[in-house]
Design a protein around this ligand. Structure first.
Ligand SMILES: NC(=O)c1ccc[n+]([C@@H]2O[C@H](COP(=O)([O-])OP(=O)(O)OC[C@H]3O[C@@H](n4cnc5c(N)ncnc54)[C@H](OP(=O)(O)O)[C@@H]3O)[C@@H](O)[C@H]2O)c1
Length: 303
């Protein structure tokens, strides 16, 4: 598996990343042993980077991951752990919360990171992302929280998720170290970051974006989704050119092909689908095939 730095001073990661948003959706990954098996399988494929967030599973996924890692401390040493903070929703664990809200104040960021460290059972977070821009917090204030975590060594690197390029610039102005990534939705179904300046900024500032929902959150395999059916049909027609690659591998290869050098975050809980997706690492899509897949997903021709 090709490895890359997210930015010149940022962490080195595998360019396919194991996502954990949906772990609780599946009985096989609701237990620490199931999660450990999924992670070990990913490691066997060269996938060393795990993406999570405090809010996943209504604040339960980080603890599940932590329980899995405690079962085999050697595994933690082989991983880069990425987590996110800043989204707070009413739930059983926080009955005092009345309304879902964002909070990227310095106090909240520091408190959340410390709780993530405890839940995950690790001493340092390899990368902490602000999950969404908080419209009520000044960028200088958010930077103060991230800078203090960097200075204390509780996080090795800081980044953001779902930020506009302008918000990334504004926050960057107050950072002691460069932000190392912006995690955004990107797939043949969603090409917003190509149009809204996110991927231009990534190239200009030399950071790799992290792409979430690379299979459109499963749309690629949904027989009721017309765009998904078109895309899967186009992929199956091209598979012979790529050694019989499966649609999931071709979708990840499509993401990896962009010159902003995104890394692609897997959303599957199935070890065998991690294996098939990992084949993306050795696929270089031909230019015309990349555009053909875009046309299939979008249902229109390149202008
Ligand atoms: N920063 C953010 O705001 C944000 C937002 C969303 C997600 N994320 C991150 O990105 C990761 C990936 O996002 P995602 O889960 O939406 O990714 P995705 O890969 O686009 O979608 C995953 C879904 O596709 C299904 N799937 C995958 N391969 C399949 C196959 N061969 N056949 C049938 N179904 C298949 C999975 O089900 P199975 O498990 O059954 O395979 C799962 O339900 C998340 O885990 C999370 O870490 C970040």
């Amino acid at each position: 598996m090709i490895r890359q730095r997210l930015s010149p001073q940022g962490p080195e990661v595998s360019r396919l990343v194991l996502g954990t948003w949906r772990l609780l959706d599946d009985p096989s990954t609701r237990t620490p042993s199931g999660v450990l098996a999924l992670i070990k399988n990913a490691l066997d494929c060269g996938i060393t980077t795990v993406d999570t967030a405090e809010i996943y599973g209504r604040y339960e996924v980080e603890s599940l991951l932590g329980d899995a890692l405690r079962r085999d401390p050697g595994v933690r040493a082989k991983l880069e752990v990425v987590t996110k903070c800043g989204i707070y929703v009413p739930c059983a664990a926080a009955p005092e919360r009345r309304t879902a809200h964002y909070n990227a104040t310095a106090t909240q960021i520091v408190a959340s990171a410390e709780q993530s460290l405890q839940r995950l059972g690790v001493e340092t977070l390899d990368l902490l992302l602000v999950h969404r821009p908080d419209w009520l917090t000044a960028h200088e204030e958010t930077a103060r929280g991230l800078n203090s975590l960097l200075a204390s060594g509780k996080i090795r690197a800081a980044g953001v998720s779902n930020y506009l390029a302008s918000q990334f610039e504004a926050l960057s102005a107050f950072m002691d170290q460069p932000l190392v990534t912006n995690q955004v939705e990107f797939s043949p179904f969603c090409i917003t970051p190509i149009h809204d300046g996110t991927f231009d900024q990534a190239q200009q500032r030399h950071f790799s974006p992290m792409a979430w929902s690379p299979l459109g959150g499963g749309r690629l395999f949904d027989p009721a989704d017309a765009a998904g059916v078109r895309l899967q049909t186009a992929m199956r027609a091209l598979a012979g050119n790529y050694g019989g690659a499966t649609p999931d591998a071709l979708a990840h290869a499509w993401v990896l092909a962009h010159p902003a050098r995104p890394v692609s975050i897997l959303g599957t809980n199935k070890p065998e689908r991690v294996v098939s997706s990992a084949r993306a690492d050795s696929i270089t899509l031909a230019r015309e095939d990349w555009y053909a897949l875009w046309e299939a997903a979008q249902g229109k021709s390149i202008p």
